[in-house]
Design a protein around this ligand. Structure first.
Ligand code: KG4
Ligand code: ZN
Length: 357
């Protein structure tokens, strides 16, 4: 019997609802996406150069009901055919999280269906399994606007963090740099586009922490270095801007690749200690920054060298969406890990805390 699950996502500036189907005979995926509705609030936040929490929460309130209706209609099912309702319960902007969480709880209660409060990061971490079969364990680089982490994904809800950012996330570095360069919000796609016309060797930006053998990240120095370079040359020409974008993208790419390389060494040592030398090693990149083609290509080349298979979801499933929340909810539903209806919205909720749930 397949499991059909509605997912709701409201943790940042995307209001999203989706319906997916999990076949328990294919527990490692892929699933089937029956509908995937995303309403981006970019236009509302763009004038401020970043997400304004109060505006985001109000927008979620006005849009979520219609979006859920749309997702169910697009999936061509009745609400009664759902086997479970999943909603992001954190981490994220808490006003927004509460909107989706309350909507999900209310639907579950009124339809008398199981409810699953999903960790947004777990949604990103499992999306590759929605797209293609992929068994645990795997090494995950989770790179988004709020998070930058290297994590060993060992099993359902069993995570070990190898490294995290000490300050800004990679997506945040793209966004802050883009704001500084007058490119608008969100910064990642704008910088990627501009970088195609630029020369990455023109500005020698720092690669913080590289060479120390570890798996942590630090991106705030990069942003400061960019500001210093930009203020040194006035006026800044179109070519300068393109070169700055390319140099920034390259510096971020180099950090992500070098830190991932260190994590691969550690992951393969851990694996060979447990599973013998011929264990198949897998590397996954997820989160909004994984939509960046330059970064994906560099990571894939590193994987080829290190004998890791490389896995990434299509770009529209790397950035925030509700299909990933529905899928993570369905995975939990399959193994009976349900949530109580009094579950609280959590602004902070590290993946490691799921190890106990
Ligand atoms: O996963 P996501 O949609 O939301 C969070 O959970 O944070 O990630 C959004 C982040 C933003 O910082 C955005 O600038 C970045 O992902 N991003 C990109 C690209 N597309 C989105 N960064 C670099 N290149 C891209 N093509
Ligand atoms: Zn996200």
């Amino acid at each position: 019997m397949t499991l059909t699950v509605l997912g709701i996502e409201t943790s940042c500036d995307e209001t999203a609802a989706a319906v997916i189907r999990l076949d328990p005979e294919k527990p490692d995926g892929p699933g089937e996406i029956l509908s995937n509705c995303v309403h981006s609030q970019i236009d509302a936040h763009a004038p401020y150069g970043g997400v304004v929490p109060e505006i985001a929460a109000r927008r979620h309130v006005s849009i979520i009901d219609g979006l859920v209706e749309q997702a169910v209609a697009d999936a061509d099912i009745n609400l009664t055919e759902l086997d479970g309702i999943a909603a992001t319960a954190g981490p994220g902007l808490v006003g927004g999280v509460m909107v989706g969480l309350m909507t999900g709880k209310m639907l579950a209660l009124s339809l008398d269906k199981p409810f699953i409060g999903v960790n947004h990061l777990e949604g990103h971490a499992l999306t590759v399994r929605l797209c293609a079969p992929l068994a645990f364990p795997y090494l995950l680089l989770l790179v988004s606007g709020g998070h930058c982490q290297l994590i060993a994904v060992k099993d359902h809800g069993l995570y070990e963090t190898y490294g995290s950012t000490l300050d800004d996330a990679a997506g945040e570095a793209f966004d802050k740099a883009a704001k500084l360069m007058g490119l608008g919000y969100p910064g990642g796609p704008a910088i990627e586009k501009l970088a195609q016309k630029g020369d990455a060797t023109v500005f020698d930006l720092p690669r913080p922490l590289t060479g120390d053998g570890g798996c942590d990240f630090s991106f705030s120095g990069l942003k400061t270095a960019l500001r210093v370079r930009a203020t040194q040359m006035q006026p800044v020409s179109e070519t300068d801007l393109a070169n700055l974008a390319a140099s920034l993208q390259q510096a971020i790419t180099d950090c992500l690749v070098e830190r991932s390389h260190n994590a691969m060494r550690r992951f393969s040592q851990d694996r060979s200690a447990q599973a013998g030398d011929n264990a198949h090693l897998k590397f996954v990149v997820a989160g909004g920054v994984a939509a960046n083609t330059h970064i994906k290509t560099a990571l894939e080349q590193m994987c080829d060298k290190e004998n890791f298979s490389f896995h990434v979801a299509p770009p529209h499933l790397c950035t925030d969406n509700a299909a990933m929340i529905a899928w993570a909810g369905a995975e939990r539903l399959r193994i009976g890990k349900l949530s109580m209806l009094n579950m609280a919205a959590r602004p902070r909720w590290p993946l490691m805390e799921l190890n106990r749930l």
